[in-house]
Design a protein around this ligand. Sequence first.
Ligand code: VNL
Length: 389
Amino acid sequence: MKKRVLLQVAAVALMGGCIASAVHAEDTIKIGLVLPMTGPFASTGRQIDAAVKLYLAQYGDKVAGKRVEVLLKDDAGVADTTRRLAQELVVNDKVAVLAGFGLTPLAFATAPIATQSKTPMVVMAAATSSITERSPFIVRSGFTLPQVTLGVAEWAAKNKIKKVVTLVSDYGPGIDAEKTFKERMLLNGGQVLAELRVPVANPDFAPFLQRVRDAQPEAVFVFVPSGVGSAFMKQFAERGLDKAGIRLLATGDVVDDDILNNMGDVALGVISSHHYSAAHPSALNKKFVEAFGKANNGMRPNFMGVGGYDGMHVIVEGLKASKGAGGEALLNAMKGQIFESPRGQVLIDAQTRDVVQDVYIRKVERVNGQLWNVEFDALKAVKDPGKSK
Ligand code: VNL
């Protein structure tokens, strides 16, 4: 008797579960969000996850009468894991769109899955120029390294800096940055004394900084991925490069807003160019920075957070236009979108599926006791120059 009742209860519970999940599946649109939530690039995952949550909290999670559900997966920054998770999200969870992708190798590894399954893939972080060429289903909501490097290279020329050394992380985005900076330098009559490439995993900057010193340039141009700037700046100061009269020029990745405020005086005066600063003086950005901080224990959004926030905007507006459909309908609805982001005006170029945006020249300054990248000049509506060659 007891056993039978138990079995009945179990059967009813099972049926109920099936019905609930069937109803659930019909009423939801799933977004597969794959990010490095652990490992050396966890700050990128943390920023994007927080921004995606903030977007849905601010604008609601209802689209075309359905609820948007984000399935967050941690790839720990390992490409094989990203690929496997993306495959499972497409095959088992039937997501309408894949999103995230904290690093270039992770985006490269997933591109064939997007193509084969015709699933749109929104790259929120990874920034090597060629990523969007790996699949016609890739749309980028962040930036490219050639795009942001142009600004600081032009600043160097304008400020009569002729002799530089470049120092970059030895993989896609670093090589893009190195190439762009060098080309601009040469075009403007400058000279690159040495091109140094530092391993991505557990970088020890000391021997490279010694080589920078030995070359006696007027400036060193640096790219390291988001989060790594802290270790770099510490060694830059320890080696006394800040006191040796060698100017530090960088992309905004090095002085990223997630870590800038803890860098100390060594960061003061660093010139960088980037598409986003938390100090961007627009009303929309002020609201964004405040709401982001409020929801996340005072955390300051960085450019990764903005890539995630705008990526959600592109997805949600795309889903509205596609009436909740994924696949090619969603892809087409994401192309050509124009909107105001916390970074300024952005356009998703329908041809390249990359972002066209302003790139700002900034200087690290202390304002009200905190360090900020203060924007003082801008290149308007910059397209990724990496693909025109
Ligand atoms: C990449 C580019 C990653 C720029 C970054 O931080 C970054 C990439 C994690 O393409 O791997 O700041």
